[in-house]
Write a protein of this length. Structure first.
Length: 135
């Protein structure tokens, strides 16, 4: 099998034929310099080649987004206090960012296990307003 730079190999027998037909009709358009996805099927081979440029572009966008979010997290300037607990240990602040809009930051001591807190924050986000009406 010939190696082609930035490609992945898929076994055609594992791909739904209808999906394969649809995929061959698609092109990728983006404001970035993402190349068109190219799908080729050889009559002598059971291999499909898909250009991997879009994955590289998505990874670059993800890295840039993480960098921007980290800067927001570390930013200590001009946050507006929205709510504070009586003891002063729990504080909700917000700040408007041109690209992201209004962002809230919560500083608190939360009793509980690490896994319980992760579940509450990431798997049950719809419950956040129940324990923090400001959010």
């Amino acid at each position: 099998m010939t190696s082609i730079k930035d490609t992945r190999y898929f076994d055609v027998e594992r791909i739904d034929e209808e999906a394969l037909k649809q995929e061959s009709l698609r092109t990728v358009h983006s404001e970035s310099n993402v190349g068109k996805s190219v799908l080729k099927r050889s009559s002598t081979s059971s291999v499909v080649f898909i250009n991997n440029d879009t994955n590289d572009d998505y990874e670059k966008q993800a890295d840039e987004t993480i960098d921007q979010i980290w800067k927001i997290f570390k930013d200590e300037n001009a946050w507006t206090e929205v709510a504070k607990s009586r003891d002063g240990l729990d504080v909700v602040v917000s700040k408007a960012f041109p690209k992201w809009g209004r962002i809230f930051r919560v500083t608190s001591i939360i009793p509980g296990s690490y896994s319980g807190i992760v579940e509450m924050l990431f798997e049950r986000q719809e419950d956040i307003p129940k324990w923090s009406p400001s959010v």
